[in-house]
Design a protein around this ligand. Structure first.
Ligand SMILES: *Cc1c(COP(=O)(O)O)cnc(C)c1O
Length: 343
């Protein structure tokens, strides 16, 4: 695969912004290069534009090289950068599954890129051939999401690999929920597929949605393109510091994941007993998709009682379904107690 042929010409020819801190290497004592204020340490200094320390820690945990990592302001940033780097507005298109995470469509729309959606099978599985059939010369990206949001299921790994091997553009696999589906990440396959981009995030299993930190894993060639077009200081100092601190607490993260998987099991078992619940879909994520009679009515009843879930009943293949995040034991009990009032 030749990334050079895939990239937009204006991006290929771009001379990126060069920040003061990019230009020097080595040890310095006096920084008079960036028009910073000498007072108010440490907030007066620009943050590391390439987040080297954070990437080193992530690389150690994930078992990959820092050169394969891009960090963004949430996963939203790499999603947007993919369109900006590879898709010519008003000309190129992307293919994705339906239903899936809404940001791919929003980002495509903002960048004036046509979206071609391929409905999942009724059991929420997907077929590589069905996606490939929608692709043409103008298709630069294929987005899939595993475990998928809002259906909750992992997508078949061999089907995903077939897709990656058969497509001449980039395949993006969004693994935002991968920690809840142990052993399922495609990260170990990164070196074998030059056109694979894996998205992960600190927003879910790691419990850091508030600091906005998303990860993209890809070949160093693709990572270099992202680095050329991102805002120079896209990850602020507070986020970098907090991430360095919290990544140390990987044991906490693992404990939360175990607890949430346990709660997911219990919640699913309880929910299916309600007479108005039709189906609790199997989940590899930290939420449950639940089909019920009068989903909208139940959603509104819960809102009135201060419990907010996500109404997905207007989404393709999700009619009459609510998406319920697995919360703490106490939160889940509150939900079940409220639902009990309906019978
Ligand atoms: C929650 C979620 C994300 C995370 O987005 P951030 O911008 O990193 O918070 C990414 N992808 C999917 C499918 C999600 O559901």
């Amino acid at each position: 695969m030749e990334i050079d042929k895939l990239i937009r010409t204006n991006i290929k020819n771009l001379r990126p912004y060069s920040s003061a801190r990019d230009e020097y290497t080595g040890e310095a004592m006096v920084f008079l290069d960036a028009n910073e204020n000498p007072f108010n340490e440490p907030y007066n200094r620009y943050p590391d534009p390439l987040q080297r320390k954070v990437k080193e820690k992530i690389a150690a945990i994930k078992g990959c090289e820092p050169s394969h990592i891009f960090l963004g302001n949430g996963s939203d940033e790499p999603i947007d950068l993919l369109f900006r780097a590879f898709c010519e507005p008003g000309h190129d298109n992307m293919v994705t599954i339906d239903p899936t995470y809404g940001m791919y469509q929003v980002s495509a729309d903002i960048n004036d890129i046509e979206v071609r959606k391929v409905k999942l099978n009724p059991d929420y599985s997907f077929s590589a051939d069905a996606l490939l059939e929608q692709a043409d010369d103008q298709t630069k990206l294929i987005f899939i999401c595993s475990p998928n949001n809002p259906t909750g299921n992992l997508l078949d790994k061999s089907e995903t690999i077939k897709l990656i091997q058969s497509f001449s553009g980039l395949v993006i696999v969004d693994e935002a929920y991968i920690d809840f589906a142990p052993g399922a990440s495609l990260l170990t396959k990164l070196n074998q597929h030059e056109n694979l981009v894996i998205l992960q995030t600190f927003s879910k299993a790691w419990g850091m949605a508030g600091i906005r930190l998303g990860m993209a894993f890809a070949s160093p060639e693709i990572i270099r393109i992202f680095n050329r077009i991102k805002y120079p200081y896209n990850i602020n100092m507070l986020t970098q510091q907090k991430a360095l601190e919290l990544i140390e607490q990987v044991a906490d993260k693992n404990q939360w994941v175990d607890l949430l998987i346990d709660e997911r099991k219990k919640l699913a078992a309880e929910l299916i007993n309600f007479p108005f619940v039709v189906k609790v879909f199997p989940s590899d994520a930290n939420f449950l998709l639940v089909k019920m009679h009068d989903a909208r009515g139940i959603y509104e009843f819960l809102v009135e009682n201060g419990i907010i879930v996500r109404d997905r009943s207007k989404v393709v293949l999700c009619d009459d379904s609510l998406r319920i995040t697995v919360g703490s034991t106490e939160e889940n009990r509150s939900l079940l107690e409220k639902l009990n009032e309906l019978i």
